[in-house]
Design a protein around this ligand. Structure first.
Ligand code: NDP
Length: 399
């Protein structure tokens, strides 16, 4: 049916590529392009021989001209951006210049400021609309499936949704004293930032990790979780009818937090360049280089993730509660595609989002967040491609 150019060859890209190959009727041809071509070639060697035709290329995704040349030579129907948030705008520029659809899993962040928000990407709305192409923003798990869950709850369960709590629990254990489950630089920037949530149309800011709750997660049990700022709060507060408050919580174990505090205290999480033996280095980038590569955690991680949304709202004038979630087992993911569940829960929705555009099930020129599309075909595909969802009408609530 179509051709996809996948940019990036890290943990998430690896899962997405496996899943494209499992969906070869839709993904007839893919090109894996990244900064380090040997990683693309290794993925091709692992997956070659199936129905999906695979090629590889080297590309610096910070360079719009290089991206345009690659797109013009491969001629994809969609570009799936699985590099880092810093590359979102250059890849969107190249898609605009070549009139190709765009999908990503994380919103743009400038390299020199740990700040993420949609304004930079939403500024492309009119240009994408005029070019007749679609940019699908945030097609991972959170953001991603959490937005699809919200659209599904709105469509099938509520007349209005007043409260959403997004709960992200990773109960996986990799046996290291400290490691991150996806790109360490992006992960540490996210968790060391101030927390925030939206209440009555306004952002309320908290100190990092200031708000803690304990939640009894289905199939996992009780875990400590902390309120974080997260990008989908911004779009869901606009796109879901009736929102009064929306919050995001993520679980962290005490050992992770103690290590993080210590690294922060000694300045290792800073993104301010420092002089080191005549070179400028960014402490956080140096830290990334010494931490375990998230892609290497797969074989050693045991346990499950549970990510989902608790909705409180009204149906036919009555208050109603609804919980939608997915439980994913790290070792099952590893057996299937050689990656742990964090990469898996992001790579599967990235493939599904691209498939929605390739099949024409989703077709809305412009720049759109995932909850703006019909959730039903995506929810079906989650069940087909390894992320089955569960629902509860009587969940524990978060205080
Ligand atoms: P990795 O660090 O494992 O992979 C990133 C890949 O991008 C690497 O192959 C890297 O190349 C490549 N890359 C980086 N910069 C460039 C560049 N300038 N040009 C070309 N290629 C480049 O990250 P992950 O796979 O863990 O994460 C990928 C994305 O997924 C991130 O944006 C992350 O924020 C997002 N994510 C989203 C989640 C969600 O639920 N929505 C959850 C988890 C992650 P090289 O190999 O040379 O370093």
């Amino acid at each position: 049916m179509g051709k996809a150019l996948i940019i990036g060859a890290g943990g998430v890209a690896s899962v997405c590529i496996h899943k494209c190959c499992q969906n070869s009727d839709v993904f007839e041809e893919i090109c894996i392009a990244s900064r380090t071509k040997s990683k693309c070639d290794a993925l091709k060697a692992k997956l070659d021989g199936g129905k999906t035709k695979i090629s590889t290329a080297q590309v610096n995704a910070d360079n719009v001209e290089e991206l345009i040349a690659l797109i013009n030579s491969f001629k994809p129907d969609v570009v799936i951006n699985l590099a880092l948030p810093y590359q979102d705008l250059t890849i969107m520029d190249a898609c605009l210049a070549t009139k190709v659809n765009y999908v990503d899993t994380a919103n743009y962040e400038p390299l020199d400021t740990a700040k993420f928000e949609y304004s930079w990407q939403w500024a492309y709305r009119e240009r994408f609309e005029k070019a007749g192409i679609t940019a699908l923003l945030g097609s991972g798990f959170d953001p991603g499936v959490t937005g699809v869950f919200s659209a599904y709850a709105m469509k099938h369960q509520f007349d209005e949704i007043n409260y959403i709590d997004i709960l992200d629990c990773n109960a996986g254990d990799h046996g290291y004293p400290f490691a991150t489950n996806f790109n360490p630089e992006i992960n540490i920037r996210e968790v060391s930032a101030k927390g925030s949530y939206i209440e009555d149309g306004k952002w309320v800011e908290t100190e990092p990790m200031e708000i803690k709750r304990v939640y009894n997660f289905p199939e996992i049990g009780e875990k400590d979780m902390y309120l974080l700022h997260h990008e989908e709060l911004e779009s869901l507060a606009l796109n879901i009818k009736g929102i009064k408050r929306i919050r995001f919580f993520m679980t962290f174990g005490q050992s992770y937090l103690t290590h993080l505090k210590c690294l922060e205290n000694v300045g290792m999480t800073s993104i301010e360049p420092i002089d080191f033996e005549g070179h400028k280095i960014v402490p956080l980038q140096f830290l990334k280089a010494v931490l375990p590569d998230p892609a290497s955690l797969g074989p050693r991680t045991v346990g499950k993730t549970n990510i989902g949304c608790i909705f409180i709202g009204k149906k036919d004038g009555k208050e109603k509660t609804y919980y939608l979630y997915n439980v994913c087992d790290h070792q099952e993911c590893y057996k299937e595609v050689g990656s742990q569940a964090i990469s898996y829960t992001t790579g599967v929705p990235a493939m599904i989002g691209a498939a929605m555009l390739l099949t024409g099930k989703w077709n809305k020129p412009g720049v759109h967040n995932i909850e703006e599309f019909d959730p039903d075909p995506f929810m079906d595909a989650l069940n087909t491609f390894g992320l089955p969802w569960k629902e509860s009408f009587n969940p524990d609530l978060v205080e």
